[in-house]
Design a protein around this ligand. Structure first.
Ligand code: MV4
Length: 449
């Protein structure tokens, strides 16, 4: 096992990884930018190293600085967390060249799955359903036109190099297709330096269901069931839960098995997520793989009892998965609310600054993952996540009641947060009935969106 790990990240996920290291008897080395200097969670690491100025491109995204810190601290591995360099195959390659273990999937699998069109082809080969659409990239306008007529409108143009909602364009009628293609190619070229696009049937008001995967370097891959992440605003998730409400067990099982087949076909190991869209008829379609530990991973930890960060570290060190598929039992219901330093009453404007009062919730069934404390200043430079409030209960109704109680206990002063919006979501009849899809938030809180 590793003796020492460097954490190439910040905030709550850095603290989450520090905690896993401590419980495993591994020394942790934190890094920080000037904006995070003095942050309380840094004290909990065995060592912390400044890697540059506030701007992420000169610190958390700067590969030479991270490698220098890793070599100076003499670590055997780097955990990238989520965001920043976590899905950067080049960073994983540099780590390999420097004989430092990258705690994540192999760069080959990251390359294979990073291109959405390639991932789609691989999924098809592995017998995983994909959204009806083009065989491959769209070369000629006539191809697109013929295909769109055959599938029927609306269709969706997607950039092969896009992902997470970037580089997509909905086309509702034939007259808009060719100009849409031209614009999509141009946008993709300037955003990703890759203008290639492909076409899919547009699925109206889908649910977003994702499957948690875990693989080891011996080729074993298992799933840890699914999360519903349909409650999003502008591709920023707000609420995640497991199990996915109103998803028949037969469909659920098929989705999870599909995700495992795709991961095996990609030569994947470590933690990862396979994303699917689920339509109103409960048909499911693969859309993309997230080759990292995700923000919402604790939802799965609660319902399966598996510590995903510890598992990631173990498999990176070459250990086999300590459990088989049959050992993974899903029990109860977990919900996560993302508490962001944003003002939901004012178009979700970022609200960094000093937290003058911090009174966290507690009690039965509550987990709070946060790096914030009273007197902590939320820096304006990074994403606005200040806490992940999770609950775990036997049933979904109990979980919602517990979350309402916990949200009501939670007092944060000095900054605006998404807590008031979460209180409304938990009281909404459609949410309580599990009738959620990816358009719910924007449809329901249009005035605030
Ligand atoms: C789609 C879609 C509808 N039809 N593909 C958005 C993020 C990226 N992962 C894929 N996305 C979508 N792809 C087809 N063919 C609708 C979305 C989508 C979405 C997906 C998941 C979660 C939230 C979303 C919000 C808007 C659109």
């Amino acid at each position: 096992m590793f003796q020492r790990i460097l954490i190439a990240n910040r905030g709550e996920i850095a603290l989450r990884i520090i905690r896993a290291c401590k419980e495993m008897g591994i020394e942790s080395v934190a890094v920080y930018s000037e904006a995070d200097r003095g942050a309380p969670y840094l004290q909990l690491a065995d060592q912390s190293i400044c890697i540059g100025p506030a701007i992420a491109t000169e610190s958390y995204l700067k590969i030479p600085r991270l490698i220098s810190a890793a070599e100076a601290a003499d670590v055997q591995a780097i955990h990238p967390g989520y965001g920043f360099l976590s899905e950067n195959a080049h960073f994983a390659e540099v780590c390999r060249d420097c004989k430092i273990e990258f705690i994540g999937p192999p760069p080959e699998a990251m390359h294979r799955l990073g291109n959405k069109n390639e991932a789609r082809k691989l999924a098809q080969k592995a017998g995983v359903p994909v959204v009806p659409g083009s065989e491959g990239l769209i070369e000629k306008d006539e191809e697109a036109l013929a295909l769109a007529r055959e599938m029927g409108f609306p269709v969706l143009i997607k950039a092969a190099a896009g992902g997470g909602g970037r580089g997509m364009r909905v086309i509702r009628e034939e007259a808009a297709l060719l100009s849409g293609l031209r614009a999509a190619r141009q946008e993709a070229e300037s955003a990703f330096k890759d203008g290639s696009v492909y076409l899919e049937k547009y699925i109206e008001q889908p649910r977003h269901v994702e499957v948690q995967l875990l693989g080891d370097r011996l080729g074993n891959v298992i799933h840890l069931w699914e999360r519903d992440c349909s409650l999003q605003r502008r591709h920023q998730k707000l609420v995640e839960e497991s199990p996915a409400p109103n998803l028949p067990d037969s469909v659920r099982k098929k989705i999870c098995e599909s995700a495992v087949r795709l991961a095996k076909a990609a030569g994947y190991y470590s933690a990862g997520t396979c994303e699917f869209l689920v339509d109103k008829q409960n048909r499911f379609y693969f859309i993309e793989v997230n080759a990292r530990i995700q923000v919402e991973h604790p939802v799965t930890e609660l319902v399966t009892g598996v510590d995903l960060v510890k598992a990631q570290i173990r498999v990176a060190a070459g250990e086999p998965l300590p459990f088989a598929q049959r050992d993974i039992v899903h029990r109860g219901c977990a919900i996560e609310c993302r508490i962001n330093a944003e003002d939901p009453a004012s178009h979700f404007r970022p609200s960094p600054g000093l937290i003058t009062r911090w009174q966290p919730p507690g009690g039965p069934g509550v987990r709070l993952d946060t790096h914030a404390v009273a007197g902590y200043r939320v820096p304006p430079n990074y994403d606005s996540l200040v806490a992940k409030l999770l609950v775990y209960q036997p049933t979904r109704a109990d979980a919602i009641a517990c979350m309402r109680r916990a949200l009501d206990e939670f007092i944060i002063e000095g900054i605006h947060t998404t807590i008031p919006l979460h209180r409304e979501i938990m009281r909404h009849p459609a949410f309580q009935a599990g009738q959620v899809d990816t358009t719910f938030i924007e449809r329901t809180w249009q005035k605030k969106g």
